[in-house]
Design a protein around this ligand. Sequence first.
Ligand SMILES: N[C@@H](CCC(=O)N[C@@H](CS)C(=O)NCC(=O)O)C(=O)O
Length: 216
Amino acid sequence: MKLYSFWRSLATYRVRIAMNLKGLKPDEVIDINLMKGQQREDAFRKVNPMMAIPALVDGDGPALFESLAIIEYLDETHPNPPLLPKDPKGRARVRGLAQLVAADSHPLIVPRVREYLAHEYKLDEATVTKWAQHWHRAALTALETHLADKATGKYAHGDSITVADICLASQGAGAGFFKVDLAPFPNFKRVLDACMQNDAFARAHPLKQPGAPASV
Ligand SMILES: N[C@@H](CCC(=O)N[C@@H](CS)C(=O)NCC(=O)O)C(=O)O
């Protein structure tokens, strides 16, 4: 397996957690430096026309793209441990929590959006950071309410790790990058802390990747 990755990428963090949980290790990790704009170079555009990571090539391909699609592929090809509950309503809740992060919140704070705000609308760095913090807090507020539900256990859905926890972990890392205080979100923080006790999550953290700074 070949994983296109960058230390800071929250979407790639999600895939790394899933791979760790399933005991999978990429044979090759290809660094796409988002800070240097390598995602827009021709070579990578051929891999993922959206110019975003992660992308995963399993065997002779094709390249898989979108973190949630990649994680479900890994779950289908390596079913243990399962990352979705068995019952349809549980699966819908877990997918909903995951998409709240990966489809509603994260796309608003990725480099291409922040760069567009800065270049096209001439917003300064502090204002762009305020934008990112706003959308972080909007997602965290919704997650906090969801996590107060009795369906939540040690983890986001019951006592087993699911793809919802993987997405929560990426939201938590993003909150750290953008200096969003998690104190107003105690349910979120409790589940995040439970996840981070797990080595599969801890090892996959952006700041543990080659090339990452000691802190941001
Ligand atoms: N919805 C996608 C998001 C992919 C994405 O936007 N990745 C970011 C890094 S976390 C990226 O490569 N951004 C490049 C850019 O914004 O220019 C997923 O979950 O895989």
